[in-house]
Design a protein around this ligand. Structure first.
Ligand code: SF4
Length: 209
């Protein structure tokens, strides 16, 4: 019997995609355990832990069971930071099962995987991300943290092609963060920056995971 690839998994669950341009679409989430950053505002700190060890086959079995009751075209590999683990086998098998794959990453790591939708969210204070994402990212999410300033928005806008939207996402939909987002959007409009949009976390509005 071939050796099974083992992954550390925080959780697998069906929901809607609450963030970004895919907002509102039914999605099966595979949350990989572990992260290479420790953002103070992280809303998935529970995923920093070791997680449950599951073989790729077990992950796939679970995903297919969920799909039976919650038919979804999309699987989202999220975290934590999903790209800390070798996802080649899982991605290959998910594609074989006919899924579209989204990866949500902080952008610090890149793996050549058959991914349909890279959603990157560079994090403070350096906002470092791998250059491959300048072409590959379908969207860039910027979390509206207290120290975020307009210069960073400008820098990211210059670095990514104009077709890639920069989404200003309030930190856990908090009021001060929403106010900051509208202020930064106004500044961006005045400065002539294109394709900057306000965003939010729909799953929190609907009380979903
Ligand atoms: S990169 Fe994302 S998952 Fe990791 S600590 Fe920061 S917010 Fe949390």
């Amino acid at each position: 019997m071939p050796q099974q690839h083992i992954l550390k998994i925080a959780e697998i669950f069906p929901s809607i995609q609450g963030e970004g341009l895919r907002q509102g679409e039914a999605t099966l989430f595979i949350r990989l355990a572990g992260c290479n950053l420790e953002c103070s505002f992280c809303d998935t700190k529970y995923a920093w832990k070791e997680g449950r060890k599951l073989s790729t086959a077990q992950v796939l079995e679970k995903v297919n069971k969920l799909r039976y009751h919650f038919p979804s075209q999309w699987v989202c590999l999220t975290g934590g930071e999903p790209l800390l683990q070798d996802l080649a086998d899982l991605a290959k098998r998910l594609k074989k099962e006919g899924f579209k794959i989204q990866v949500e990453t902080n952008g610090t790591l890149y793996l050549p995987l058959p991914v349909d939708w890279y959603s990157i969210s560079p994090k403070p204070d350096k906002y470092f991300y791998r250059p491959e994402y300048r072409e590959k990212a379908k969207e860039v999410k910027v979390i509206l943290t207290k120290n975020l300033d307009f210069e960073l928005i400008k820098r990211l806008r210059e670095e990514f092609p104009e077709r890639t939207p920069l989404l200003l996402q309030p930190q856990s939909n908090r009021k001060w963060s929403i106010i900051l987002g509208t202020k930064l959007l106004r500044q961006a409009l005045k400065a002539g920056l294109k394709n900057i949009r306000l965003s939010g976390q729909l799953h929190k509005v609907y009380g979903l995971r």
